[in-house]
Structures are given as C-alpha cells and as structure tokens.
Design a binder for this molecule. Structure first.
Ligand SMILES: *[C@@H]1O[C@H](CO)[C@@H](O)[C@H](O)[C@H]1NC(C)=O
Ligand SMILES: *[C@@H]1O[C@H](CO)[C@@H](O)[C@H](O)[C@H]1NC(C)=O
Ligand SMILES: *[C@@H]1O[C@H](CO)[C@@H](O)[C@H](O)[C@H]1NC(C)=O
Ligand SMILES: *[C@@H]1O[C@H](CO)[C@@H](O)[C@H](O)[C@H]1NC(C)=O
Length: 359
C-alpha cells in the first residue's frame, strides 16, 4: 500500500548565463491547519497588484498580506480594469485589474532591495478578463532578468495563468519583463517575490532555476489553495482529490518534518490530508503523469519531481506500508516505508532530461 501526502514535479530547461529553468509540479495533501501562535514573518515580501491605482494599497483578505500598487516598480504601460462581466468580487482583488503594455516591445518591472546571491520565489499572475474589450487571448514571453522564463499563453478569458520560478538572484534587484511576440498585447495582474532560505530547493542554484509546472495538496483539502500563513513562503498548494480514483485520508495531528524534508519544508497543513490507492485498484498503484513542453529557449527541458509522504494512519502492529516509486519505468532500489506523522520528501537530485512526458 502506498500513502501519498503530497507530490511535486519539476523540470529543468537549458541554460543562459546564470539561469537554467526547472519546471516543477508538486502535489501534496493538506487540511487547513489550526493557526500557530506566531505568524511567520513577511519581511522581504514584495506583493504588487499590477494595475491598481497609485494610492490603492490594501491587505489581502485571504492571506492578510499587504499589496501595493505598481507605481515605482515600472514606468511603462497603463492601468486597466477587467471588463464588467469578469469583475467577480469573489475573485482575489489582484485579478480585477491589469497593467498592459501596448506601446512597447518589452515592458519591465524592477524588484528592488534584494540580497545578492540569495534564493527567491517569484510569481507572476495573468488574468485577461477581456480588459481591452477585444476578446482576443494574447500570448507573450516572460523573462526573469536576462533569462527566458516561459511563454504565457492565455487559453481562457477568465482563468488566471500563474508563472512561478525559484531562482538565485545574482544582484540587489531583478527585472521581470513581458515581451511582445506578435500574438497580442502583454499584460499582468500581480507580481510577488518571497525570500527563501538558500538551503531550500537545492536543485535551484546559481546556474539553474526551477519553473513551476504544478504544486498540489492531495486529499480532501477544501476548495482554496493552502497559502501563507500555513506556508511561511506563501507557496500555493492547489487541492487535488479524486474519489473515483483515490481514497482520501486525513489527520488532525500535526505532521513533523525530518531533516531530509527541510530541503522543501512542506507545511503540516499540506501533509495532514493524503490519498491512498482505492480498494478496488487491483495493483494498489497511484499514478500521476504530466507533460513537459519544449520551447524555443529550452529544446530539451529537464525535470524534477517532488513527492511528499507521511504515515497518517495507525497500523496494526504486524502491518507494513511499503511502496516503490517508478519514474518512467525506472524503479528505486529499495522500497520506501513511512513514519507515523513524519513528513518525508522523495525527489530526484539531478534533473531528468529527454522526456516530453513523465509517468
Ligand atoms: C498559444 O496556444 C495556441 C493554442 O494551443 C497555439 O496555437 C499558439 O501557437 C500559442 N501561441 C504561442 C505564442 O505560443
Ligand atoms: C547547479 O546544479 C547542477 C546540477 O543539478 C550542476 O550541474 C551545476 O554545476 C550547479 N551549479 C552550481 C553553481 O553549483
Ligand atoms: C477497504 O477494504 C478494507 C478491508 O477489506 C476495509 O476495512 C475498508 O473499509 C475499505 N475501505 C474503503 C474506502 O472501502
Ligand atoms: C495498475 O493498474 C492500472 C489500471 O487499474 C494501470 O493503468 C496501471 O498501469 C497499473 N500499474 C502497474 C504498475 O501495473
């Protein structure tokens, strides 16, 4: 039997001077944790609601993180509201307005006051919402510093595209640039930067960075992503549960971390729900698969996957939960076992190259 509390996958793509990008998809399990006494620090967070009027700063309702307007971070583009039919007040406020860059080939933000050589999570969010009234979904390229990050190809008028990178930033500031590729006007809804300890995500270093594919909290986690303050770095763990395929399990007990797991520091809230193979799955297998798409900058992308596991059930004394992880047909040498209420992370240290699909 295999219990999977969380899971991640990431991809490395080829290199420019200091940055190789790694796409990551992570999934993990969680219920909202009872808040601890101490709220984690937001020192060093930069949280920008792009397109907000200059004096319009506010505190985000869900995370209690203060957001500011983008005045002072960019000198190009102009502010627009999404069209009235997409002005849904249940949406995060960042999704209701954008900054668009109709008059420039390259619209840039500068994120200041960084510690050179430190690791950061950078997240850009794009919700079109027909802000320009053209009802035409644009595509454009995104750069982090001088390095290609990814293409933003908007495929739904009201769904947000989220681009996330984990990178070592060499200087005391970094630019995030939107580049017009002739497929519509670039725009942006939100831009956020969160400091990480340099020991986190060791696959991100001075010469390669990680680009998120997906990050999931497995099990019956509720409808909203788990974010700050449950995750002190404000990573978003999107719920993923499928009762027709998996059986959800959960605990109200806190799930501790092992030394090994400190590489990724998965929140207890994410670990407190999990999935196991359902009873009628004959081979007791949990299957995930995902695609890694080559692009013009990275024709042979690399990939890492991160699987977060913990035992959440008290087993009978003569029962053992033991499992293998098989990645594209390649099996680990010894089976894994789990410790009760202790989180562990299973991942490849070196990125895999040469596959367009992972199973
Ligand atoms: C965006 O996606 C559409 C549909 O998949 C595709 O036809 C188009 O070429 C893409 N645009 C870019 C710039 O990648
Ligand atoms: C970054 O990690 C890769 C392996 O994943 C390694 O080849 C490269 O040398 C590392 N770069 C630095 C600066 O340590
Ligand atoms: C799965 O089977 C076991 C043993 O037959 C049973 O105790 C358990 O309730 C079943 N679980 C579900 C979700 O059906
Ligand atoms: C387990 O069974 C499922 C179908 O129930 C199948 O898709 C999957 O390939 C099987 N896995 C293994 C490792 O045999």
């Amino acid at each position: 039997m295999c219990a999977c509390s969380g899971m991640g996958r990431a991809m490395v793509i080829a290199a420019r001077p200091w940055l190789r990008l790694l796409l990551g998809l992570a999934a993990a399990a969680g219920v909202l944790q009872v808040r601890g006494q101490r709220t984690p620090s937001i020192t060093g967070f930069i949280s920008i609601d792009c397109g907000l009027p200059e004096q319009g700063g506010y505190v985000d309702a869900a995370t209690k993180i203060p957001y500011t307007s983008d005045a002072g971070f960019t000198d190009a583009g102009s502010n627009r509201d999404v069209s009235a039919e997409y002005m849904d007040p249940r949406m995060p406020r960042t999704h209701l307005n954008v900054r668009s860059f109709p008059d420039t080939a390259r619209g840039c933000y500068t994120l200041p006051s960084l510690t050179p050589g430190s690791k950061y999570l950078v997240r850009a969010t794009f919700r079109y919402g027909n802000y320009d009234g053209l009802n035409k979904l644009p595509a454009f390229d995104l750069y982090l510093g001088v390095n290609f990050w990814r293409t933003v190809n908007v495929s739904k008028v009201d769904a947000a595209v989220v681009a996330e990178a984990i990178a070592v930033i060499p200087d005391d500031s970094v630019q995030v640039c939107l580049v017009n590729v002739g497929s519509g006007t670039p725009f942006i809804s939100a831009l956020a930067l969160r400091p990480l300890e340099n020991s986190l995500y060791p696959q991100a270093n001075a010469t390669q960075a990680l680009v998120l594919i997906d990050r999931r909290s497995l099990g019956d986690t509720g409808v909203l992503p788990i974010r700050y303050p449950d995750d002190p770095y404000d990573r978003a763990w999107v719920p993923w549960s499928d009762p027709e395929v998996w059986t959800d399990i959960s605990t109200t007990e806190k799930v501790r971390e092992t030394i090994g797991n400190l590489r990724f520091h998965v929140p207890s809230a994410v670990m407190q729900t999990a999935i196991i193979a359902s009873n009628d799955s004959r081979n007791q297998t949990i299957d995930f698969s995902w695609d890694v798409e080559p692009n013009h900058a990275y024709p042979v992308p690399g990939c890492i996957g991160i699987l977060y596991v913990a035992e959440l059930q008290i087993l009978a004394s003569n029962d053992v939960r033991e499992f293998n992880v098989i990645a594209n047909g390649k099996k680990n040498k010894l089976p894994y076992t789990l410790e009760y209420l202790v989180a562990d992370a299973i991942s490849n240290r070196e990125p895999h190259h040469g596959y367009n699909q992972y199973n």
